[in-house]
Design a protein around this ligand. Structure first.
Ligand code: DGP
Ligand code: NA
Ligand code: NA
Length: 234
C-alpha cells in the first residue's frame, strides 16, 4: 500500500553496550503495539561476504584494512534490496549496528580519515532514527571480559568510543545551528542523524533503557509512514 512504509531504526554503540538485547526487546514491543517489526544486524555473517568478515573477526584470516572496510560496506549494500522490500511492505526494521559503526571502527585505525570511511556507505537507506547507547569504557569493562574476536581489546574500544563521541559532537553542533532557524526539525535533517535526545545512557537498567528506546521508536514509527525513505549522507 503506497505511503505506509515501515521505519528504519538503528541502534549503535560500542561493544557490550547492550544493543542486541535492546533490539530484541524493541522488536517485541513494536509487535505488541500492533506494529510489524523485524530485526536485522550488521555485519550479517550469513552471506558470502559476511563469511569473509566473520572469518576476519574470528582471526581465522587476515585482510587489509581498506579491504575489510569495503567488505563491511558491501555487506550492508547487498541487504539493501531486502531492506527496501520489507520497509515498503510496512515492516519496521530494527537494526543492530549500521554505517555509523563502519565509520567509527575503521576511522579508529591509524591513517583513516572520516570522509574516506563514509564514502562507500553514501546512498544507503537513511535511518529514520539512530539511537546511540552510551557506555563508558570503565562501565563496559565491568560487564565482563572481552571475547576473542578482533577489535575486542580495551585499547581499541577506547579509540572507537572517542570516534563515536567526536561524531556525536559534530551532530550536536549541527543541531544547535539548525535549531536557530527551525525549532523542530525531523531527525533525518542532520548529517549524522544523531541529536542529543538520541543518546541513551546504557548504564541504566535493561528495562529503563528499553522504555526510553521504545518511546522514541513508537514516535518515529507513527510519523514516518507518509515520508519517503532518505539516503544516507547526501
Ligand atoms: P557484532 O557482531 O555486532 O559484535 O560486530 C562484530 C564486530 O565488528 C564488532 O567489534 C564491531 C565491528 N564492526 C561492525 N560493523 C563494522 C564496520 O562496518 N566496519 C568495521 N571496521 N567494524 C565493524
Ligand atoms: Na562483538
Ligand atoms: Na551485540
Amino acid at each position: 500500500m503506497a505511503g505506509k512504509r515501515g521505519a528504519l531504526i538503528v541502534l549503535e554503540g560500542v561493544d557490550r553496550a547492550g544493543k542486541t538485547t535492546q533490539c530484541k526487546k524493541l522488536v517485541q514491543a513494536l509487535q505488541q503495539n500492533g506494529r510489524p517489526a523485524e530485526m536485522m544486524r550488521f555485519p550479517d555473517r550469513s552471506t558470502t561476504i559476511g563469511q569473509l568478515i566473520s572469518s576476519y573477526l574470528e582471526k581465522k584470516s587476515d585482510l587489509e584494512d581498506h579491504t575489510v572496510h569495503l567488505l563491511f560496506s558491501a555487506n550492508r549494500w547487498e541487504l539493501v534490496p531486502l531492506m527496501k522490500k520489507k520497509l515498503e511492505q510496512g515492516i519496521n526494521l530494527v537494526v543492530d549496528r549500521y554505517a555509523f559503526s563502519g565509520v567509527a571502527f575503521t576511522s579508529a585505525k591509524p591513517g583513516f580519515c572520516l570522509d574516506w570511511c563514509k564514502n562507500p556507505d553514501v546512498g544507503l537507506p537513511k535511518p529514520d532514527l539512530v539511537m546511540f547507547l552510551k557506555l563508558s569504557p570503565t562501565e563496559a569493562s565491568l560487564r565482563g571480559q572481552f571475547g576473542e574476536e578482533r577489535y575486542e581489546t580495551s585499547v581499541f574500544q577506547r579509540a572507537v568510543q572517542q570516534k563515536f563521541e567526536h561524531l556525536m559532537k559534530d551532530a550536536s553542533v549541527n543541531w544547535q545551528f539548525c535549531s536557530l532557524g527551525l525549532p523542530i526539525l525531523p531527525l533525518t535533517a542532520f548529517h549524522w542523524t544523531w541529536t542529543p535526545n538520541d543518546v541513551i545512557d546504557a548504564s541504566a537498567s535493561i528495562e529503563d533503557v528499553h522504555e526510553d528506546i521504545a518511546t522514541h521508536s513508537l514516535n518515529t514509527v507513527s510519523t514516518v509512514e507518509n515520508q519517503p525513505l532518505g539516503e544516507l549522507w547526501k
